[in-house]
Design a protein around this ligand. Structure first.
Ligand code: MIG
Length: 797
């Protein structure tokens, strides 16, 4: 009876009488025009998906989009020449004569429209789509691209490429993330994600002044238009579609030291010893290909590295993690007792040539074979290769060369007619050419690594670092910007690269601090790069074989002291940075942000392109031309900001004179920053009080988040979450803490409340008097640990 009733209700909901031409609630709308079939669906009320093909719709399958996303219902009225689709968030108009698509919000504002003229065209097996480009719209995202922060006026290709020593305008480089975020000068935003793994392009007004054009050489017309109230909504929509990065192990947020050319076990241990002797806080040392036997993945050169397990535990005793490179190219070494080859070959798990035989191509180990990562069986097998390393206590792995890079070929990769096997739920089981699989190959490599290491150590958070990836790859790996160059231009470029990566799903992104390739960085350049890197999500010093040392201790004590100061500040800020990581795992919002993500109207200000924010509270304003001593303009998004270092209030616009030891950092009015006493590693428990730095102002709310930083116990309730907020009333500051959630036991015994720009004396806790001392521009109030809802009242002067 119950079932019958529900069916009757559903049927009633499906038919809404609406005068002439009945409007219906449906979960898709299909139309045909001129041999093209198009379908509109809505994965969520604020997102629409457009698919199209010649004669028939393309396969409905994706490597990027979460498989559990369903279709939602919308209303269609298609009596006239323009079909109108609507739900409670948006309206889509499709011109039946041209297939032009216009998306409007509920206020009637055009979110995104097709360009006048041919909106969708098919040619040579590929396609192109043209969208209108309003004059005040700015474009971001596209993953890791060179060039300016704003993509407007640029044209870009998506084709994962090994580009050693790339320049500030080289395109493409290593990754393909076909997602664009559009923001206009009143803050209206849209997102566009083209889910197509073939070689593709985005021409953002370069060829046509008023249109942006995107398309691919093959594969489906399959794209999503995201709508929302501003850029944050769009970033969250994109995360809804393609997934969020898992919460990182906390040690990944520490300082990381790496080099291609640490040649012996003693040398690697020596790096750890040197970091500790010089009191340079650090969490990670990397080993590049040098540790392997003849560059063969999953081997160890036992002459140079006689006791890898001993090295891992020796570094662990210094509170350091080891990260090991494990490239995908398995040495082609039949009958040599090389297990990765033998076991993979026995099960036929390598990519094939067009004629069906195994493809062999040269990379570091010489002739190599390439795991067919689109097969679950190959991914499982790959994951098992990590058993020995995980058994030693290594949980961090570096997947390089996974574009994939192949030596001695013009294309730098494998033949486009090579064959991969797709055996993925959602896809028809079939062979796919390398032309189709190239851009997603690196992501599938990291998926195999991530899932494999998780299986081997189910309660430890793994860390995977990748060079190549595709949309959605953030679910498996962090990334870095590849082989940059030691130059001021590259330091500047890194900001727009990392910001756009963050907007494209990759909250965990870094660049080679100091520059990988090229001439030795000057002492000043390395110092500045460490200063900026201290405020980037991934903070990793890495450099090429053959260069002079580039660790923070080189170039003398004066430079080392400045560098240490910034690395130390990074460690003090870890409670704040870690809470940003936790926020990212829930929402997809990046850790490093463009100013316009917090202040959409700032998108109109060209000067902000060199600035970035760390979370919602810190704005970093490096000199655009780091080598120039000339003063430069700093424009902040409003009044009331504070200089992070001096605690002094600053104006909304002023000039900065560059100084070697100063990286300008400013704090938003209304910020609450959680900080901790200095530690040398995240493995060390801080001693003393948790610091809560309050900068009284509007929108003053923050969430404290802590857990053990390494396990999955937080998914079983072992975390600590508490809301802190502030408001000023009649010159009196009120700070409120909520009840604490979760069962994680804090390391601190008390809380030090530091109220910046405040000199009043008396403070009370739930009515009882507290000790309060003036320190510089701040008032410091000593509090006990407060797990229960509490009100602190700090009097004005
Ligand atoms: O062809 O493993 O981008 O970070 O040090 C060079 C050696 C291979 C490229 C990576 C770089 C790494 C290097 N690799």
């Amino acid at each position: 009876m119950k079932t019958l009733l529900m069916t009757a209700c559903a049927a009633a909901a499906l038919l809404l009488a609406s005068g002439a031409g009945a409007a219906q609630m449906v979960d898709h709308y299909t139309l045909d025009h001129d041999g093209v079939r198009m379908e509109i669906t809505a994965p969520r009320g604020d997102i629409i998906r457009v698919r199209a093909g010649k004669g028939a719709l393309p396969e409905d399958a994706s490597w990027a989009v979460n498989a559990d996303i369903k279709r939602t219902l919308f209303e269609v009225s298609d009596a006239g020449p323009v079909a109108e689709i609507s739900n409670n968030k948006l309206t889509v108009r499709v011109d039946k004569a041209t297939l032009a698509v216009t998306v409007l919000d509920k206020a009637g504002h055009v979110v995104l429209a097709d360009a006048p003229g041919q909106a969708l065209g098919f040619e040579n097996g590929g396609f192109r789509v043209r969208k209108a480009m309003p004059e005040d719209e700015h474009y971001f995202g596209l993953g890791d691209k060179t060039g300016p922060l704003d993509r407007r006026g640029g044209a870009f290709t998506n084709w994962n490429s090994d580009t050693f020593g790339y320049g500030v305008a080289t395109d493409p480089i290593y990754k393909s993330i076909p997602f664009v975020l559009g923001v206009d000068e009143s803050g209206h935003s849209f997102g566009l994600f083209m889910d197509n793994t073939w070689r593709s392009f985005f021409d953002m007004g370069k060829s046509e002044r008023n249109a942006f054009v995107f398309g691919a050489e093959g594969g489906p017309v399959d794209y999503y238009i995201m709508t929302g109230d501003g850029p944050k909504d769009i970033v969250e929509d994109y995360a809804y579609l393609t997934g969020k990065a898992p919460l990182t192990p906390e040690w990944v947020l520490g300082f990381q030291q790496s080099h291609w050319g640490y040649l012996t076990q003693g040398e690697v241990k020596g790096i750890g010893d040197h970091l500790r002797a010089d009191k340079l806080p650090a969490d990670v040392v990397y080993m590049d290909i040098d540790y392997q036997d003849r560059d063969r993945p999953f081997t160890v050169d036992s002459k140079a590295f006689p006791d890898l397990a001993g090295l891992v535990s020796g570094l662990k005793a210094e509170n350091l993690h080891l990260v090991l490179i494990t490239d995908l190219h398995v040495a082609y070494a039949p009958n040599q007792g090389y297990a990765p080859y033998d076991s993979g070959a026995a099960q036929n798990l390598f990519v094939r040539k067009a004629d069906g035989s195994t493809f062999v191509g040269p990379v570091w180990p010489g002739d190599a074979v390439f795991p067919d990562f689109s097969r679950p069986k190959a991914r499982d097998w790959w994951g098992q290769q990590y058993k020995t390393f995980v058994g030693m206590g290594v949980y961090g792995f570096w997947n390089d060369m996974n574009e994939p890079s192949v030596f001695n070929t013009r294309s730098k990769t494998m033949p486009l007619d090579n064959l991969h096997r797709i055996e993925e739920p959602g896809f028809a089981p079939r062979d796919a050419t390398h032309a189709e699989m190239h851009n997603v190959f690196g992501m599938l490599n990291t998926r195999a690594t991530y899932e494999g290491v998780r299986k081997l150590a189910p309660d430890t958070r793994p860390f995977v670092l990748t060079r190549a990836t595709y949309a959605g790859g953030q679910r498996y790996a962090a990334t870095w910007t590849g082989d940059n160059t030691s130059s001021w231009a590259h330091l500047r470029l890194s900001t727009s690269q990392l910001v756009n990566l963050g907007l494209s799903g990759f909250a965990y992104a870094g660049d080679d601090i100091g520059g990988f390739a090229g001439e030795q960085p000057s002492a000043d350049l390395l110092t500045k790069w460490i200063e900026v890197g201290a405020f980037n999500p991934i903070f990793r010093d890495h450099y090429q074989k053959g260069k002079e040392p580039q660790e923070p201790w080189v170039s003398g004590p004066e430079h080392e002291n400045i560098r240490r100061h910034y690395i130390e500040e990074r460690y003090r800020l870890l409670p704040y940075i870690y809470s940003l990581a936790e926020e990212n795992s829930r929402t997809g919002l990046p850790i490093m942000r463009p100013v316009f993500l917090e202040y959409p109207k700032a998108v109109a200000n060209d000067g902000v392109a060199d600035q970035f924010m760390l979370g919602p509270n810190l704005l970093i304003a490096p000199a655009p031309n780091g080598e120039s001593p000339a003063a430069y303009d700093v424009t902040l998004p409003g009044e009331g900001w504070t200089d992070y270092w001096t605690g002094e209030k600053v104006k909304a616009a002023f000039r900065e004179t560059p100084k070697l030891e100063r990286l300008p950092v400013f704090v938003r009015p209304g910020a609450i920053l959680a900080k901790q006493p200095l530690v040398q590693s995240t493995m060390e428990t801080p001693k003393g009080a948790l610091e809560l730095h309050v900068y009284p102002g509007p929108d003053c709310t923050a969430q404290l988040y802590f857990d053990d930083g390494t396990s999955f116990a937080y998914t079983r309730g072992v975390f600590l979450r508490q809301t802190v907020s502030c408001r000023v009333e009649n010159g009196t500051l009120h700070v409120a803490l909520s009840d604490r959630e979760g069962s994680y036991k804090p390391w601190w015994t008390g809380i030090s409340l530091v109220v910046h720009g405040w000199s009043g004396k008396g403070a009370t806790l739930n009515g009882g008097a507290l000790k309060a001392d003036v320190a510089g521009n701040a008032l410091v109030v000593g509090l006990p640990d407060l797990a229960k809802a509490s009100d602190i009242v700090v009097a004005g002067q």
